[in-house]
Design a protein around this ligand. Structure first.
Ligand code: FAD
Length: 415
C-alpha cells in the first residue's frame, strides 16, 4: 500500500474538546497540561515525530523552569548536555561568563520527549495532519479542516489552539496574522569535533561587526557534537539603521564570516565534520505579529511571537505560553466562564510577559552596534553587581528593568 493510500484510509475523530495544532514545545506543553486536567484533547502536527526543527537547541533558565513544571526535566536531562554559563564574547575578544542553569538538547529529541509526554498524559496524537483552515459559525471558530495525505477532514472542537511556530501560513488561514514577515532569520548546523570537547562548555554567543545586525553562537551538545549558527534580527532598531535589513543579508555569508572572525568557530569547522546541511528558519519575536485570540481560538508559542529578540531564544516562552493557554482553558471550564472571559484571562497573562520581551527588543541595539557588547562585557568584568544583574535577567529572578537600554547602560557606569 502506498503511504498516501495508507493515510487516505485514516479515520479521524470528528469531535474533541480542544484541538491543538502544532506539536512543538508550545503545542505539546498545552496538550499535556490540558490532558492532565482531564480535557479531551487532540494534538495534530504536519510532520511525523520524531522530526527535526531548525534551532540552536539551547535551553535557558525559563525552559528549565517550564520543563520542571511539566514534569519532564529529568527525562530531558537524561539526554541533554548541561551548561552553567552563557559566554558573551564582544568584537574585541573580551568575554564574560554569565551564570545560569542551562542545557543543550537537539530539538529532534526534545520535541519527541514533549510530544510523548502529552500522549502519556492522555492527549491523542493524530497521524501527520496539516491544518488548512478553521471551521467557523457566526464568527466563532468551531473546529478545523485538516489535510491527511490527499484527503480533507473536518474536526469540530470547543476550542482550537494554534501553536504553529514562526511560519505564518496557519495564522494567515485563521485570519490571525498581523505581520507576515518574520522578526528574524537564523541558520544552524551540527558539527562533530571531538578535539573541541571540554574547550567549548558554555553557550557561547558572539558579537562582531562582521555579523551585524546579528550574532553567532556555538552550543555544545553531547558526544562531541556542537550546534553552530548565526542569526539576525529585523528589529525596530535595525530598521532605524536604514542600511541593515534582513533582505540585505545572506546568512551563509554571515556564517562564513563567523568562522573567520571567531577563532573557536574557525577551529571547530576546520577540524570537524559537518553533520547534515546548514539549515535556516524564521523567527517571530517580541509578542508581536499576530492576534492572540478570537472567539473559539487561542494562538500560543512562537505563532504569538514568543521568541526573544536579540538572542532568538524561544523554547522556554513557547512552553510557558502553551501552559498559560491550557490553564486559561482549564480555569474557564471549571468556573464556567464564557468565551470572552477565557480569552481575556489568557491575553492578560501574555501581556504580563511583554516588558521582558521589550527588554530583549531594546537589547537588539547590541546586534546593530556590537561595540556595545564590548562595553557591557568590560563593565561586567569590573562590577560583580552588574554581572549579578545580567545573571538575574537570564535566570528571570530579577526584573529586567532597563538593563540594556541606553538609560540602563548609562546607569551601569555609575553603580
Ligand atoms: C536557527 C534558530 C535557532 C534557534 N535557537 C534557539 C535556542 O537555542 N534556544 C531557544 O530557546 N530557542 C531557539 N530558537 C527559537 C525556537 O526554535 C522557537 O522559539 C521554538 O521552536 C518555538 O516553539 P513553538 O512550539 O512555538 O513552535 P515550533 O517549535 O516551530 O513548532 C511548531 C509546530 O507546528 C507545526 N505546524 C506548523 N504549521 C502547521 C500546520 N499548518 N499544520 C500542522 N502542523 C503545523 C510544525 O510542524 C511544528 O512542529 C531558534 C530558532 C531558530 C530558527
Amino acid at each position: 500500500m502506498s503511504p498516501s493510500a495508507a493515510t487516505d484510509s485514516v479515520i479521524l475523530p470528528g469531535h474533541c474538546e480542544v484541538l491543538v495544532i502544532g506539536a512543538g514545545p508550545a503545542g505539546s506543553a498545552c496538550a499535556r497540561t490540558l490532558a492532565q486536567g482531564g480535557v479531551d484533547v487532540l494534538l495534530a502536527d504536519q510532520h511525523a515525530f520524531p522530526r527535526d526543527k531548525v534551532c540552536g537547541d539551547g535551553l535557558i533558565p525559563d525552559a528549565y523552569a517550564a520543563l520542571t513544571r511539566l514534569g519532564v526535566l529529568e527525562q530531558v536531562m537524561a539526554q541533554a548536555r548541561p551548561a552553567s554559563h552563557v559566554g558573551c564574547v564582544g568584537p574585541s575578544g573580551g568575554r564574560i561568563d554569565v551564570p545560569g542553569t542551562m542545557a543543550v538538547l537537539p530539538r529532534k529529541q526534545l520535541d519527541d520527549i514533549l510530544c510523548r509526554a502529552a500522549v502519556a498524559a492522555g492527549a491523542r496524537l493524530l497521524p501527520p495532519a496539516r491544518f488548512e483552515s478553521p471551521l467557523e459559525e457566526a464568527g466563532q471558530v468551531v473546529g478545523a479542516r485538516l489535510k491527511v495525505g490527499d484527503t480533507s477532514h473536518e474536526i469540530r472542537c470547543d476550542w482550537l489552539v494554534l501553536a504553529t511556530g514562526a511560519v505564518p501560513q496557519a495564522l494567515i488561514a485563521a485570519d490571525m496574522c498581523e505581520r507576515r514577515t518574520p522578526s528574524g532569520i537564523a541558520l544552524r548546523g551540527y558539527v562533530k569535533n571531538d578535539a573541541m570537547v571540554g574547550r567549548i562548555t558554555a553557550l557561547d554567543v558572539v558579537w562582531h561587526r562582521r555579523l551585524r545586525p546579528g550574532y553567532g553562537w556555538i552550543f555544545p551538545c553531547r558526544d562531541g557534537v556542537f550546534n553552530i549558527g548565526v542569526g539576525i534580527a529585523h528589529s525596530h532598531n535595525t530598521l532605524k539603521d536604514g542600511r541593515l535589513g534582513m533582505k540585505d543579508v545572506n546568512l551563509r555569508e554571515v556564517f562564513a564570516a563567523f568562522t573567520e572572525c571567531y577563532p573557536p568557530a574557525h577551529e571547530l569547522m576546520a577540524g570537524g565534520t559537518l553533520q547534515g546541511e546548514l539549515k535556516g528558519a524564521p523567527l517571530r519575536c517580541t509578542l508581536e505579529g499576530a492576534r492572540f485570540s478570537r472567539p473559539g481560538l487561542l494562538v500560543t508559542g512562537e505563532a504569538a511571537g514568543t521568541t526573544y529578540s536579540f538572542t532568538g531564544e524561544g523554547i522556554g516562552k513557547a512552553l510557558e505560553t502553551g501552559i498559560l493557554a491550557a490553564q486559561a482553558l482549564l480555569a474557564g471550564r471549571d468556573a464556567r466562564r464564557d468565551d470572552a472571559a477565557v480569552r481575556a484571562d489568557y491575553e492578560s497573562h501574555l501581556r504580563a510577559l511583554k516588558p521582558r520581551f521589550d527588554l530583549y527588543e531594546k537589547a537588539n541595539r547590541v546586534n546593530v552596534h556590537p561595540w556595545l557588547a564590548d562595553l557591557v562585557i568590560w563593565r561586567a568584568k569590573k562590577s560583580p553587581r552588574v554581572l549579578a544583574r545580567m545573571s538575574g535577567v537570564l535566570n528571570e529572578t530579577s526584573n529586567p528593568g532597563n538593563l540594556l537600554s541606553f538609560k540602563g547602560l548609562r546607569r551601569m557606569f555609575f553603580e
